[in-house]
Ligand binder design. Structure first.
Ligand code: FE
Ligand code: FE
Length: 392
């Protein structure tokens, strides 16, 4: 009996994780072929700016699997009007391959939400549900409980252990905007993206006017960080006014200070590698703290910001010895912007307008205390910043 795998998704864009999952499934399920089916995305559903057309997504998937004779790409969902319901696709394939055994691939999120899909019983009657599972312990119980539950409902379930890459398409689009996505793009896809100027890879963001800068930055942030960033920008402008710093620089540094914060530790390291940055010990062993460094690199290379702005972003989490006025302002603004509500913030807000060095010192001390109490590493730069303030 022919064994056919089915792998759907938006593939916006296809990445090396998708291809690895497809290859793993061919092996594990002993498939004769695997059909990748890019989903139609309804026109009313808002796609991120610079998203490709359905035809371009299809083209990219074709490029990505060109070297794998067992994997083919189908445009059936792109051609079918309306929503891409999986059960309709399964019924079409069942008619086309009446004797084959069908295996429907899906990630763990999809699997756990499977019963909220349209017609799950029709799907299960016609295909073996094949779950791509990376082996995270936290998910294990839920997955096996769901397996049992769906088997009781008459389904056939296979768990496919695989090495699927932990990168979301959203983060991949961020890396594309930062021009650092190459390690995650299958052969031909990176070139295709650049050739067709997709995902803002050829956008010129150098020295953007303030309003446009704000829009671009908001697209790159996690939605739950936007209020913090705008608060930091506003606070930095007020402090710049109070202390006679360049207000424009303060606004731009405030907007950009967390621009790479949405990326997790491993992706921070990717950014550093792609930009050819050599890390110190502290950075290497604390990749989550790298967003200040990577943010400054992005500010410099992608946004063309001035050395003063770049440096203020670079030092906004750790501080350093002998900080410039702008560096102090961004450090303090980040600490006291209106969304912050920890104990002691009122005192810091008071100092910020009467004695900026006192505010800076209080912020550094609170950081140090917090890190010590949580037994976390302390950046040498934070210690040097405090030492400098104590001696001057
Ligand atoms: Fe930050
Ligand atoms: Fe911040």
């Amino acid at each position: 009996m022919e064994r056919i795998g089915i792998y759907g998704g938006t593939f916006n864009p296809p990445h090396t994780g998708h291809i690895q999952a497809a290859k793993d499934a061919v092996e594990a399920l002993k498939l004769d072929k695997l059909i990748i089916i890019p989903a139609h995305v309804a026109p009313h559903k808002e796609l991120p700016e610079g998203s490709p057309s359905p035809e371009q997504r299809l083209e990219m998937v074709k490029l990505a699997v060109a070297d794998y004779p067992k994997i083919e790409v189908s445009d059936r969902e792109l051609k079918r009007p309306g929503k891409s319901y999986t059960y309709l696709t399964i019924l079409e394939l069942r008619r086309q391959y009446p004797k084959a055994q069908l295996f429907l691939l899906m990630g763990t999120d999809m699997f756990l939400a499977f019963e909220s899909w349209m017609e799950p019983d029709i799907i299960m009657a016609n295909a073996v549900i094949s779950v791509l599972y990376r082996g995270e312990k936290g998910e294990r119980d839920a997955i096996f409980a769901q397996k049992e539950h769906l088997e009781a409902r008459g389904g056939k379930i296979r768990i496919v252990k695989n090495q699927i890459l932990a990168i979301s398409s959203t983060n991949l689009r961020r890396l594309l905007a930062f021009r650092c996505a190459e390690p995650f793009l299958p052969q031909g896809v990176g070139e295709y993206i650049r050739e067709h100027s997709l995902y803002e890879t050829t956008a010129d963001w150098k020295k953007l006017p303030m309003e446009e800068l704000e829009k671009v930055v908001i697209r790159l942030l996690n939605p739950n960080r936007v209020a913090h960033v705008l608060g930091c920008r506003d606070t930095a402008m007020e402090l710049a006014k109070r202390w006679g710093a360049n207000i424009d620089d303060a606004a731009r540094a405030g907007l950009l200070h967390d621009v790479t914060k949405a990326l997790d530790g491993p992706l921070q390291l990717t950014l550093c590698r792609e930009y050819g940055t050599i890390l110190d010990d502290f950075g290497r062993s604390n990749p989550k703290t790298l967003h200040a460094l990577t943010g400054s690199l992005v500010a410099e290379r992608i946004f063309g910001e001035s050395p003063a702005v770049v440096s203020a972003i670079r030092h906004h989490t750790t501080g350093k010895a002998n900080m410039s006025l702008l560096e102090k302002i961004i450090y303090v603004a980040d600490y006291m912007e209106p969304c912050r509500n920890f104990q002691g913030v009122e005192k810091l807000r008071e100092y910020a307008f009467s004695d900026i060095d006192a505010a800076l010192k209080l912020g550094l001390e609170m950081t140090l205390e917090n890190l010590v109490s949580r037994e976390l590493d302390i950046s040498p730069e934070t210690r040097e910043a405090l030492e400098f303030l104590n001696n001057h």
